[in-house]
Design a protein around this ligand. Structure first.
Ligand SMILES: Nc1ncnc2c1ncn2[C@@H]1O[C@H](COP(=O)(O)OP(=O)(O)OP(=O)(O)O)[C@@H](O)[C@H]1O
Ligand SMILES: [Mg+2]
Length: 430
């Protein structure tokens, strides 16, 4: 007997984009999610695809993809923004239909995709658990058996009888993950929604996914976090602009992905297509300036810099509460520094058309290395405006962080801090 649980043959997915969303929605869920989105766009009199001809245009999000997944494979699906990862998972979860090609799935699938799919907003947490169980083909008795475990895992006891549309995004994801992971699917499909929860919950989810994998069930996991993929996955599928670029073991796929990331075509940020978000505001440029305001390409540890993001705001209105995040990743894909406006309660209001967002950083604490920087813009942490991975690369070389001329051991650590040494505790008393 074959142990293939998923077979994907020559799968392609076409979207029709243009002035008006013309795709026929293949499922009710699709219609709800994208219907609401295009209504929102209309209300704001805004078209995400403004630069494209006013009629319509075909866009192939997946192109002729074929692969097989065996029982018990733990597959990391990786690739840059817009590569087609979520589209693939949505097709495998039967939330949307392929345009050509076919998929065969042998086993019960539970999936956790972007927030907004999977649950019904008007129904309570309790009702959604039962509904999802029923969709998975479980009997009422089986669901009852799992119910308490799900509620305990999600930590939503108090809100069980509240419609999930009133849940915070964190609560929503906790419940959605708990349902998907506990209803004993044979195949568990998870699309990076874990990023929404707090660190403690993320760890808990990873633990649970590991457990599901250990039980011999199949796991498909999309993530931008290479250390998580490497920890959790045995196999890696790298998508590149809708095509299958690598299908091998996880470490190999990660290595190729990271290698490729360094060769980002030096397109101006505004022309990059590998971005996600509504596009109402886009980052258009990124520069590092020194204290005197001159652009620097090679930075030194311990110096002060301004990181400057140029933006274009297509809404023609000022927007307040813009949350900005600059993430620095090292050559292993590990995030070593995360600068984010809401950590410091910095509330930014951006201008109606264009302008700059400046982040001042004292005493750069990074060691010598090449870093890739991702730029993320959201409105109030609710609506993703623009997110570009590998928006820029930054080299740190040299510097006198400690002010002593001693360079430290930059190959042995990732961050620098000045410590005080003594044989008595005295530093922190006023
Ligand atoms: N309903 C849709 N209508 C039109 N285009 C779409 C639709 N859904 C996705 N796309 C486009 O298809 C491409 C692939 O999108 P997808 O969401 O699968 O990428 P992804 O790899 O998940 O990216 P990310 O890392 O940003 O989540 C993107 O260019 C996206 O804009
Ligand atoms: Mg995605």
């Amino acid at each position: 007997m074959s142990d293939t649980v998923i077979r994907v043959e020559n799968l392609s997915k076409k979207y029709i984009i243009g002035h008006q969303q013309q795709e026929k929605h293949s499922t009710l869920r699709d219609a709800l999610v994208y219907g609401a989105k295009s209504l929102g766009d209309k209300l704001l009199n805004f078209s995400t695809y403004k630069h494209i001809s006013p009629t319509s245009e075909d866009f192939w999000a997946l192109k002729d993809i074929s692969f097989e997944i065996k029982q018990g494979d733990r597959v990391g699906i990786i690739g840059r923004n817009g590569a087609g990862k979520s589209t693939l998972l949505k097709i495998l979860s039967r939330i949307t239909e392929p345009t050509t090609g076919r998929i065969s799935i042998f086993g019960r699938v539970a999936s956790l995709l972007e927030v907004g799919t999977g649950f019904h907003g008007e129904l309570t947490g309790r009702e959604n658990i039962y509904l999802n169980g029923a969709i998975l083909g479980m009997s009422k008795a089986e669901i009852v058996k799992k119910f308490d475990e799900i509620v305990a895992f999600a930590e939503v006891e108090k809100f069980l009888d509240t419609p999930v549309k009133r849940y915070s995004s964190g609560m929503y994801v906790r419940l959605a993950f708990a349902v998907a992971a506990h209803l004993e699917p044979e195949i568990l499909i998870v699309d990076e929604v874990l990023a929404v929860g707090d660190i403690r919950f993320q760890q808990k989810c990873l633990g649970k996914m590991e457990e599901v994998g250990r039980e011999g069930r199949t796991v498909l996991f999309v993530s931008h976090n290479m250390s998580t993929v490497s920890y959790l996955c045995s196999r890696g599928i790298l998508l590149e602009s809708g095509t299958l670029y690598v299908d091998s073991d996880a470490e190999e796929a990660i290595r190729i992905y990271l290698d490729k990331s360094y060769n980002v075509a030096q397109l101006p940020l505004i022309e990059r297509k590998d971005r996600s978000g509504s596009g109402k505001v886009k980052s258009a440029s990124f520069r590092v300036l020194n204290q005197e305001g001159t652009e620097e390409n090679t930075l030194q540890s311990g110096k002060n810099y301004y990181l400057e993001i140029g933006y274009l705001n297509y809404t023609k209105e000022r927007i307040n509460n813009v949350v900005v995040s600059l993430d620095f990743f090292d050559d292993k894909g590990i995030r070593v520094l995360l600068l984010r406006t809401n950590f410091t309660n910095s509330n930014l209001t951006i201008d109606a058309e264009k302008g700059y967002i400046i982040c001042g950083i004292n005493n750069l604490p990074l060691v010598n290395s090449l870093y890739r920087v991702s730029i993320y813009l959201s409105h109030a942490d609710q609506e993703l405006l623009d997110w570009i991975e590998d928006a820029a690369s930054v080299t740190v070389e040299g510097g006198d962080f400690f002010g002593t001329g001693n360079p430290g051991l930059p190959n042995h650590c990732k961050i620098l801090t000045k410590a005080q040494w003594s044989t008595e505790i005295s530093f922190f008393s006023s």
